[in-house]
Design a protein around this ligand. Structure first.
Ligand SMILES: Cc1cc2nc3c(=O)[nH]c(=O)nc-3n(C[C@H](O)[C@H](O)[C@H](O)COP(=O)(O)O)c2cc1C
Length: 282
């Protein structure tokens, strides 16, 4: 087993990194090899939206340190991914990573079945609603089973060392990855697919898990129950259908429309230039 740990915090040896390193120490204790990356130290640029990775089934064209991350992921059999809570969610580095990994969330399912652990560091339990779900989306979208997901609390760098429950949990989750476990061992949550409590209630009372796009019902006795036979968006058949029926046809459709789009854009630009000129003159 080889476990990769990644921290999306800008602080080296901050609270996120302490939790991730604690998990890696747990993995080593049961005989696994480990590797660690600080995403903030890498030159990681945003996705350019060219979709060459998806349409041509090739690695990303941008030449930056994303290829360091990809290489480390390819060498690993399990991943621990951590982020601090920033403005109720994960840091921008988590989103950036997910966007760059789009090919593996749609076309090439290279990371399916490699387990992951989701770790967050935060200041206050009231202020973390989207943090774990946003980090977990990395694994869910890649078809990687989540083994545990939890938050450690501490405001200043290093203060998570006083959150002994989180330190123990990180070590134990790392041991589980090191032993090759893939089953979910975290808090059950309301949704049986993602194990989060993000249930959405529509205007007519329709209930769903918005993260998993899973319709169902909610009762005080049973909580959320998915509709029978409904599959979460992460199910392989839905991923395949999204790619084959949604993404691939959009490629040829865009090529067919390109001349018309360019003509309409030229007209729009000309109208904008005229408006801009009028405003400048007045
Ligand atoms: C820009 C910024 C935004 C933050 N937003 C939140 C927040 O929404 N919720 C929260 O609980 N803590 C928030 N915090 C506190 C951090 O999550 C907390 O200090 C955490 O332990 C930092 O982890 P680190 O040491 O790994 O960077 C924020 C901190 C910063 C710098």
């Amino acid at each position: 087993m080889r476990v990769l740990g990644m921290s999306a915090s800008p602080r080296d040896w901050g609270n996120t990194e302490i939790l991730v390193q604690q998990a890696l120490a747990g993995a080593r204790r049961v005989g696994a090899e480990t590797e660690f990356l600080r995403l903030a130290e890498l030159d990681l640029r945003p996705c350019r939206g060219c979709l060459a990775c998806v349409f041509n089934d090739r690695d990303c064209l941008i030449e930056d340190d994303y290829h360091v991350v990809l290489g480390a992921m390819r060498r690993s059999s399990a991943v621990v991914l951590g982020s601090p809570a920033y403005v109720l969610g994960a840091t921008a580095r988590i989103k950036l990573l997910q966007e760059r990994l789009l090919r593996f969330a749609t076309r090439s399912r290279e990371f399916v079945d490699r387990p992951g652990v989701v770790v967050a560091a935060a200041g206050r339990p009231t202020d973390v609603p989207f943090t774990l779900p946003q980090i977990a989306t990395t694994f869910l979208s890649l078809g990687m089973p989540v083994v545990d997901q939890f938050v450690g609390y501490g405001q200043g760098p290093g203060e998570v060392l006083w959150d002994e429950a989180a330190l123990r949990r990180a070590a134990s989750a790392g041991e589980a990855l090191g032993r090759g476990e893939t089953g979910f061992r975290g808090d059950p949550g309301t949704c049986p697919s993602c194990h989060f409590d993000l249930i959405d209630v529509g205007a007519r009372g329709e209930v769903s898990c918005p993260l998993c796009d899973l319709p169902g019902t909610w009762t005080p006795d049973h909580g959320f129950r998915p509709r029978p036979n409904a599959a979460p968006r992460w199910a392989e058949e839905r991923v395949r259908s999204h790619f084959e029926d949604g993404m691939m046809p959009s490629h040829d459709r865009f090529r067919e429309h390109r001349a018309e789009i360019n003509a309409r854009l030229d007209a729009l630009r000309a109208a904008f230039d005229q408006t801009g000129a009028t405003e400048k003159e007045s």
